[in-house]
Write a protein that binds this ligand. Sequence first.
Ligand SMILES: Cc1cc2nc3c(=O)[nH]c(=O)nc-3n(C[C@H](O)[C@H](O)[C@H](O)COP(=O)(O)OP(=O)(O)OC[C@H]3O[C@@H](n4cnc5c(N)ncnc54)[C@H](O)[C@@H]3O)c2cc1C
Length: 744
Amino acid sequence: MPAIPDTAPRATLETLPGDDVRQLMWGFAERYDLAMLVQSARAVARGPVARLVAAGARNSHEWTASKASLLAAFDESGLTAAYLDPEFGGFLEGPKNLALALIAFELSWVDAGAATCSLAGNLGLAPISERGTLEQRAHYLGLAAPLKPGQNRGQIRAAFALTEPLPFVGVETSLLSGKVRIAAWPEGGEPVLQVEKRGRFITNMAFANVVTVAVNSDDPRIKGSCMIILEEGDPGVFDRGAPARKLVHQLSSTRDPIFNLRVPASRIIGGYTVQEGALVPRYSHAEIIEAVFRRTRVTVGLMTAAKLLSAVEPVILYQRRRFRGGEGAPGTPRYELGLQQKEDVLQRLVEVWATGEASAALGFAAARLFDQLEPLEKEKDRFLAQGKLAGRAAFKALAKAQQEAIEWLRLGRKPKDQRDETRLEALGANPLVRFALLETQANVLCPACKLWNTGHGANMMREAVSLMGGYGVTEDCPGFLGQKWMDAQLEATYEGPEAVQRLQLYITMANELFLAQFGQWTEELRQLAARRPGTGACTLATAMQLWHWTLNHLQTATDAHGAKLYHKSRQGVTFPLADALCWLLAARQFILAVVELQDKGASNPTLAEGLAGGVNFFTDLCHVQCARAAGEVGRICAELVYGFNRHPAWDGAERACYGAEELESLEGVIPGIDSAARVCGDVVEAGQAAPAKAGPCVRFAGLEAFARLRAKLDGCLTGARLAKDRAADALTKVMVPEALDYPV
Ligand SMILES: Cc1cc2nc3c(=O)[nH]c(=O)nc-3n(C[C@H](O)[C@H](O)[C@H](O)COP(=O)(O)OP(=O)(O)OC[C@H]3O[C@@H](n4cnc5c(N)ncnc54)[C@H](O)[C@@H]3O)c2cc1C
């Protein structure tokens, strides 16, 4: 069969992707309940939320009656109850990470402050939900449900208070100044605690009536730190504090509260035991916040993804109309395409769109992963409890499961006739093995999503704003893009800024089991590249190999002074490497989402017509994203691999780096150039200082493999710009509605 020439007509994107496409790409096509939830969240976002923003409600940081009306909208639409299990008044069975991610996405499409307002209530309850005692869960979660007709009770609205006034808790969560003491301990009765906590930047504080606070013991009769539930109405001071004069997320309330309250010891989250006359909380504050943030950070990552994708339609509308009304008449390119006649604006929008897709794919994949992990985590706990495994014994059992998971992966890759099927099956059925596999992925995907989606996403929001010209930085900008740009920076900051995610990735990305899975993903992408070459999967697989090589190298390499490179204190090494990984993970998830669309879309009659064009377009976007990821990874890895070796030409004099032939030709032209003494190609051990007599261009021994991989990676970029051209062209043809479906 003759090869199809490149110029053959190719189906292209007809309309902007609708719900059917998204349900497949983001993995909830089988979940009618989630499809309905999306509709409810969208109605709130594009109705009351959009109207508030358009009316200028964001111009004040005060909590106003009109902003407070959103709480009722969240309750009535089911968004508040979506967090709760049916036994506590909710309506979704099972894990809810994907559900909450979808709510965050829909609300943030219009305004992430509204999303934060809705989700911060869940964050306030999360310590109780994740680590509370049965009684605490039943009481507080039950009262958080919106009132049913005929019910007459108060409704709990919660806040989460970890951050403290400077110079205390921020990124460093151990610097707690909040204190707990025993105020009274009646004979044979329950101790009464005195809790002092000042908060900084606490969301929902204008109206929260329950606050979960992190405090340290200030009493020898209480061990360590813990989290405690405070209620409005407890004896003492419950001062909501001054509103933060923030420039972002103005549809949520943020204040600096002050608490000094007496509460029963039963408010310690997770309970306590009494040992040798002292209260020992079951969980430290660090253990609780770790359990909470590992889930909630994914939803924050999706807020920024939504902003980027929400920018596509208003930017296209702006571009197309930019030159209408002048000399051009309908039907002329100037009239119909406007700014879209210019290549640059199209290609920049392609980059914004590709980033939005990759970050949404990564975020929703992480949310689905946590939904899978949750029941396994419970199974793991049951298994350990049955075997009476706690402390070191539990740790040993989990370490063994990690090794078994690696063995399972290794066995799975062998041909069927060469492997022990019984062993493979036994390992696959072991709950601890299954838990270890997903847990190590989740430990990377969550910080990666928070870090990359929000950090790089904020940079790309600036690009989106720039495409709207001066309009972009006005309140009138359609799609509220200017506000979304600034809001993205908050998403990169709260629930732990980028540094926190990078610190976590430094540990979790070097985990042996994660790396075994990463190696498998690389192989799978290579196989996928053979079947779907246009996705850029080949480029991505090579970039993943380069990253993995670099990590292995850095773990043993030293710098020119002999100091270890892969170390917690070397953030200049570990942080960029973490960033590079995020680019890879996001691009990979994007490819997987498009493959899912292509594989499953054909069987959906409502999709069949535009499917080929949609898949072609997304395939090109994937390619663009993979090329961009490869570029970032190549740059970062090359800097890290070469950058810590001392250049032999730096012996005091200022010298350029010349090749041998160049040196000869320059001899006598540039003072100090001596080609005989400085022959190019001296070989020096990596990490060692080059000898003084070495030439200006040295090769470092052992790095040839890196250099080969790097060269291969550059070659893998073949066709990436053609893909970008095609995607840009598609933007000139795609049909868009005449107006946004929410107020401008
Ligand atoms: C609108 C808003 C709402 C918020 N809501 C809440 C809430 O509901 N509850 C709550 O408890 N908190 C809340 N916060 C607080 C938020 O989580 C913190 O601001 C955030 O965690 C960062 O702490 P910080 O501001 O003290 O920054 P700092 O700790 O001062 O860090 C500043 C910067 O220094 C660098 N840095 C710090 N430590 C390190 C390190 N170890 N390594 C490398 N770099 C480092 C990073 O670049 C970091 O971004 C909110 C904040 C805002 C602005």
